[in-house]
Design a protein around this ligand. Structure first.
Ligand SMILES: *Cc1c(COP(=O)(O)O)cnc(C)c1O
Length: 341
């Protein structure tokens, strides 16, 4: 396997993120011992999983001589917040192309009806405070990727050197951040003498999960990574995970990763991306009340709802030790407070 230390990388977090035992939550659920990987405490503004991906992505941008970042996400995108934060850190320009949320009824509001102009809160507020060089909000369902490439062309015509980061930072370069996390976890398990039986993580653009799967495989660990999908069915999500795992494995010169290693459960995202579910509300309340840990309503809340349901179904029993990946996202909690009212 290629040594990650030989690849270009920036460093945005000092040392490993904490791995904590959730004793009260484990007792409350009466199932496995639950541990949590605090990637919500990664560096850059308010932390979260995109910080690990950006260490490799920004290093690539700088190596290419880029002076400007362009990326894309929802109006409450954690990825856009952290890309902008990395840009401030590195002295780069940063432009954001954003997609409006769905309306309260779960349907897009037509642009001619005014759409869903974002509230000045949560991540959208932070885009303003961090001084995004431009933000453009497009109606739900727009072709954001084409718009990003048009914008990059315009910037090039102005003499800038843009570097485009895809949705969620989930290409092969970004996924390396979670190969690194897999190695960090294995070291922590050894230090704490922990016999971990499963990892549970949210699965969206899939870079987090693909990096973990490839990272454990590369370290000869058979540890299963159970993805909880935040926007897609199992049938739609798993091929995305598999493709990215294959790309990472090829880049790192790993033996092929068995397809069964890429599991993304589709039972917990409800009616769509970022739309609240009763299980999410229960999970966010339970983590807060038992452990004082805040989750977010879009990713970690739904992933935790999946974890809780799998425990109730008996898929994880008292003999198991499960590590839940807290991938961040808490700024979005305040933007979606209505789900808890
Ligand atoms: C982006 C994001 C995820 C999903 O990670 P992917 O690598 O896109 O699958 C999970 N949690 C939070 C808080 C995120 O911002």
């Amino acid at each position: 396997m290629v040594d990650l230390n030989t690849l270009p990388r920036r460093h945005y977090t000092e040392g490993p993120t904490p791995l904590e035992h959730l004793g009260a939550l484990s007792a409350e659920l009466g199932g496995p011992q639950i541990w949590i990987k605090r990637d919500d405490q990664l560096g850059l503004t308010q932390g979260g999983n995109k910080t690990r991906k950006l260490e490799f992505l920004i290093a690539e941008a700088l190596a290419q001589g880029a002076d400007t970042l362009v990326t894309v996400g929802g109006v409450q995108s954690n990825h856009c917040r952290l890309t902008l934060s990395a840009a401030r850190h590195e002295g780069l320009e940063c432009h954001l192309v954003l997609e409006e949320d769905l309306g309260a009824d779960g349907n897009p509001v037509p642009a001619e009806a005014g759409g869903n102009p974002p509230d000045h809160t949560g991540n959208f507020l932070l885009f303003d405070l961090l001084g995004a060089d431009s933000t453009e909000v497009l109606p739900h369902g727009s072709d954001l990727v084409s718009r990003v490439h048009e914008l990059a062309d315009d910037l090039r015509a102005q003499g800038k050197k843009p570097y485009v980061i895809p949705v969620g930072g989930s290409n092969v370069t970004g996924a390396l951040g979670y190969v690194d996390c897999a190695q960090e976890l294995l070291t922590q398990f050894a230090e704490a003498d922990l016999d971990v039986t499963s990892i549970v993580a949210p699965s969206g653009s899939a870079g987090t999960q693909a990096g973990l799967v490839a990272g454990f495989h590369g370290a000869d660990s058979q540890l299963p990574v159970i993805g909880i999908n935040v926007s897609r069915t199992q049938k739609d999500q798993e091929p995305k995970i598999v493709n990215l795992v294959d790309e990472v494995a090829a880049l790192l010169e790993l033996p092929p990763v068995p397809r069964e290693c890429s599991v993304g459960l589709g039972d917990y995202f409800g009616t769509g991306y970022a739309l609240p579910t009763p299980g999410m509300v229960e999970a966010v309340r339970l983590f807060a009340k038992t452990e004082g840990i805040l989750l977010d309503p879009v990713y970690t809340g739904k992933a935790a709802a999946g974890l809780i349901d799998l425990i109730r179904q008996g898929r994880f029993g008292p003999e198991d030790t499960v590590v839940f990946i807290h991938s961040g996202g808490v700024p979005g909690l305040y933007a979606r407070a209505g789900a808890f009212a």
